[in-house]
Design a protein around this ligand. Structure first.
Ligand SMILES: Nc1ncnc2c1ncn2[C@@H]1O[C@H](COP(=O)(O)OP(=O)(O)OP(=O)(O)O)[C@@H](O)[C@H]1O
Ligand SMILES: [Mg+2]
Length: 262
């Protein structure tokens, strides 16, 4: 990192990555990847296990900072501003670029407190009434309100897996993010809970820039408008989801989407 990002912000691009490489110790996990992340579309990252999808996703809110051996090179910008700049507040960044993980990870606190926690530490509300409004609207946007409105005091960890994952999405939404990163958010869920998350992603599209890592190609085809295919640490192909799945340019993409490896 270091030098300034020269990519001007555009109406349709929310985040840009330029020549991003990631190393774990001496081992290079991501090689020179560049992409524009759309503001109003859902972008899917697909590719075989170990190809670097999670590694790349974590660059967008500096989660790799928490991995001692990880080193990131290249440039990543949010609205044209280098997120690796010295004056970037990483706590603020992670509120603007939220993350939802593979395994739902609600805090061992009440449903209400799971949502109120972020707005409290970011000073987004003061009075109980203000917190109530934020909690209700985040739970509504996450499609969970009707299921939990009568038990907001119960523990978030006592919900079903699918509800816990929607709670985690509500928690990310509560701090009013601009981008939501999701790393295989449905892989621990049954088909019905998965369908609910996919519907939710579609509802949230347009309001937040969304990037989702998924192993499930049908899911990528259903929820995304843009798809990036990764293989062995490189981004092989990136384009409209419909094109990637029906008429890819690269032989490696075709082999993967037709199930020849991965
Ligand atoms: N913390 C880490 N320390 C060392 N190597 C790592 C670490 N995290 C990932 N790697 C390595 O980096 C490469 C990319 O891993 P990554 O988790 O990004 O792949 P992925 O595409 O998300 O795979 P999966 O689909 O299995 O989740 C792999 O070779 C992996 O072993
Ligand atoms: Mg992964």
């Amino acid at each position: 990192m270091g030098h300034n990002v020269n990519v001007p912000p555009t109406l349709t691009t929310k985040m840009t990555a330029r020549n991003v490489s990631v190393f774990y110790g001496p081992k290079q996990a991501l090689k020179n990847v560049s992409i524009d992340v759309s503001r109003e579309n859902v972008t899917a990252f697909i590719g075989p296990s170990g190809c670097g999808k999670s590694t790349f996703l974590r660059c967008f809110n500096r989660m790799n900072d928490t991995v001692a051996s990880a080193r990131v090179e290249g440039e990543i910008a949010l609205d044209g501003h280098d997120i690796y700049a010295a004056d970037m507040d990483v706590v603020q960044l992670r509120a603007r670029v939220g993350m939802v993980f593979q395994k739902p990870n609600p805090f061992p606190k009440s449903i209400y407190e799971n949502i109120a926690y972020g707005p409290r530490i970011h000073g987004l509300a003061r009075s109980k009434a203000d917190f109530d409004v934020i909690v209700e609207s985040a739970l509504k946007r996450a499609g969970l309100w009707d299921e939990v409105k009568d038990r907001l005091g119960e523990s978030g960890t006592a919900m079903s897996g699918g509800q816990q994952q929607r709670l985690c999405i509500a928690r990310a939404i509560a701090v009013d993010p601009e981008v939501i990163l999701m790393d295989e958010p449905c892989s621990a869920l049954d088909p019905i809970a998965t369908a609910k998350i996919e519907e939710l992603i579609d509802d949230l599209r347009g309001r937040y820039a969304i990037v989702i890592v998924t192993h499930n190609m049908q899911q990528a085809a259903r929820v995304s408008q843009k798809t990036a295919f990764f293989h062995l640490g490189t981004m092989v192909e990136y384009g409209d989801t419909s094109t990637i799945f029906t008429n890819p340019v690269e032989a490696r993409t075709k082999d993967y989407i037709t199930g020849r490896y991965g």
